[in-house]
Design a protein around this ligand. Structure first.
Ligand code: ZN
Length: 392
């Protein structure tokens, strides 16, 4: 079916100047052409929108969790079937909120993998999913209750092969402690540089990209030297880490919402004390550090760590807002981080609106390049050239 969209302002997902008063013609899942506003289109249906942007890409989610205040305990009490149902619902909610691609960076069984396939077959509503399978962590490390514990380079390679066998498309490594695991110290190293290098060599052989959870300064640098494609969080980075990011051409996925949502909801009293304590320490350093990295030219890709406390899959717009307010990006730069830059990181054919590219796009009631809050509640979500969600 041919769809036409007439819009006042088109942001193509890059930092290029927006085009005004254009008509996008969508056909066979792709953008057929971008023409003038009065172009006849012969379309079955014509939409109007104040602005149009690519579908959002969330580079860091956990589909099996929903933002419960005590995420780890919730997860442990959930049955495998309940996790499957949660993941399917979160995928649908994310899509309805305008997220058309996600990278799932760690789950329990093969939920995100099976869901990817079901969505691709058209059996479930949801974004395109790029799953990591289970995260690789050291024995007793951050996320050990959910991840694949691994020790030593050869076992790390075997753990990568296991994720690939299960259907994963990328790999997640745990380089430092984290906030949501009791007893894990975010500032301290976990997997060694040697273990991570072995995992990366193995993953690369199969064309899989590698993301590392790294909050502490030393672990960030270990992961960068080992050769990861992206650092997730990166909150305690220093000047030497910034140089390593640039020398290795690595991406930083700042997941600001994960920290900000915990900090904003401390008064509710529902989060474990250890979570509040660790997140508060990070909160007071993360904004300055990541802003410094951004200003120094480190590539920032949007990702929210959706599923962590009060950080819901349908709330990715908040991460985009934080990239603007905390890091000092313009609204359009924040959109770019959440679309084309994220697509580059993931190696996904998405995130840019141009003839021949997939028709994943959002119709907004306001101008998202003027005010990033226009991202909230997109009026129409189009994925793969079909209307996935429409608000009255
Ligand atoms: Zn995460």
């Amino acid at each position: 079916m041919r769809i036409a969209i007439r819009t006042g302002t088109l942001y193509d997902g890059t930092d290029a100047a927006p085009r005004t008063n254009v008509t996008l013609v969508v056909e066979d899942g792709r953008i057929a052409r971008i023409a003038g506003s009065d172009e006849p289109t012969d379309a079955a249906r014509t939409y109007e929108a104040a602005s149009v942007i690519p579908g959002l890409i969330n580079s860091h989610v956990h589909l099996e969790v929903n933002g419960e205040p005590d995420t780890s305990t919730f997860f442990l009490l959930r049955t495998p079937v309940e996790r499957t149902l949660d993941a399917a619902r979160n995928a649908r909610l994310a899509l309805e909120a305008g997220v058309t691609t996600v990278r799932d960076l760690g789950g329990s069984e093969s939920n995100a993998i099976a869901l990817r396939d079901a969505i691709a077959r058209g059996e479930h509503a949801g974004p395109t999913i790029i799953p990591a399978g289970r995260a690789l962590c050291m024995t007793g490390g951050h996320g050990a209750f959910i991840g694949r514990e691994t020790d030593g380079p050869w076992d790390a390679r075997k753990a990568v092969r296991e994720q690939r066998k299960a259907g994963a498309e990328c790999i997640k490594l745990i380089a430092t402690g984290g906030v949501l695991t009791k007893g894990a110290v975010p500032g301290l190293d976990q997997l060694t540089e040697e273990e991570m290098r072995a995992a990366i060599v193995e993953a690369s052989a199969h064309g899989m990209r590698v993301a590392a959870h790294a909050i502490g300064t030393s672990g960030i640098k270990n992961a960068l030297r080992a050769g990861v494609t992206s650092i997730e969080h990166g909150h305690l980075l220093d000047d030497e880490a910034i140089e390593l990011f640039k020398a290795r051409d690595a991406y930083l996925v700042p997941t600001l919402a994960a920290v900000w949502r915990i900090f904003e909801n401390v008064a509710g009293g529902a989060q474990p004390d250890y979570v509040v304590r660790k997140a508060t320490e990070i909160y007071h350093q993360a904004g300055d550090n990541i802003r410094k990295a951004y200003r120094a030219g480190v590539k920032i890709a949007g990702g929210s760590d959706a599923g962590t406390p009060y950080n819901r899959h349908e709330d990715y717009a908040y991460e985009v807002e934080l990239m603007s307010t905390v890091l000092g990006m313009t609204a359009q730069q924040a959109l770019t981080a959440a679309t084309s830059t994220a697509a580059e990181l993931l190696g996904a054919d998405a995130g840019v609106l141009a003839p021949g590219r997939p028709a994943d796009l959002l119709l907004l009631s306001g101008d998202a390049g003027a005010d990033v809050r226009a991202l909230r509640e997109p009026r129409v979500v189009i994925k793969g050239g079909a209307v996935a969600h429409e608000r009255a």
